[in-house]
Design a protein around this ligand. Structure first.
Ligand SMILES: Nc1ncnc2c1ncn2[C@@H]1O[C@H](COP(=O)(O)OP(=O)(O)OP(=O)(O)O)[C@@H](O)[C@H]1O
Ligand SMILES: Nc1nc2c(c(=O)[nH]1)N[C@H]1C(S)=C(S)[C@@H](COP(=O)(O)O)O[C@H]1N2
Length: 180
């Protein structure tokens, strides 16, 4: 079993306007609130609100992974096709080993909410012992996407050697295949 210690979880909002204070970031707080409800093992959240852009997102992810020691980073925003939407490219630059099933599943569930779900290029990937998951910027996407992928996150963290996390089964039915 992986190390039972406080997990460190990064929550990154990539948005030109939210980072400039033009509108209030709702999606970062929605991710934090989701984690508070879903996880029962100890963790602390490290928040960042940054402008869109390749270097901005890449450097933030590398800092959170390598210097802050995040086990998991959840990003929101910058996944669409607009010129400054570069969160997926930046994620794969920081975390080159992609887990394509995450993006596939999140787009599938998002399509039940909106036909423009196919515009999100969101990915998940890991940088060593740190898993990075992209979410779209819209606050309505947060719970839907996290509900879809969270059952597989604890076991994914086990496999990459990150902290051991536990979920509230009434909220998220985490699945860990039984050891042989
Ligand atoms: N973090 C967020 N918090 C609250 N609302 C958001 C957030 N991100 C996006 N939205 C809402 O979704 C709409 C469309 O999102 P989109 O990704 O196009 O963001 P945006 O506002 O264009 O971002 P940026 O300012 O970075 O260009 C926004 O106009 C806003 O109403
Ligand atoms: N669940 C969900 N997924 C969604 C949306 C949404 O409202 N809900 N918006 C879509 C839209 S309109 C866009 S442009 C893309 C990318 O959004 P982003 O650039 O804010 O990440 O996410 C898509 N995925």
């Amino acid at each position: 079993m992986n190390e039972k210690r406080e997990a460190v979880i990064g929550v990154v909002t990539a948005s030109d306007r939210a980072s400039a204070g033009i509108y209030e970031d709702e999606s970062g707080p929605a991710i934090a609130a989701y984690l508070q409800k879903a996880l029962t093992s100890p963790f602390r959240i490290v928040r960042r609100i940054i402008p869109d852009g390749f270097e901005s997102v890449r450097d933030t992810l590398i800092d959170l992974s390598d210097n802050i020691g995040c086990d998991l980073i959840v990003t929101t925003g910058g996944t669409g096709p607009a010129p400054r939407d570069l969160t997926p490219e930046a994620t794969l630059a920081a975390a080159p080993r992609e887990l394509p099933g995450f993006g596939e599943l999140m787009r599938k569930v998002s399509l039940t909410q909106t036909p423009t779900a196919i515009l999100s290029r969101q990915v998940a990937a890991h940088r060593g012992k740190c898993l990075v998951i992209n979410l779209p910027g819209k606050p309505a996407a947060i719970e839907l996407c996290l509900d879809a992928v969270m059952p597989a996150v604890p076991y994914c963290l086990d496999l990459i050697g990150a902290a051991y996390i536990e979920t509230d089964p009434a909220r998220v039915a985490a699945f860990r295949p039984k050891a042989k």
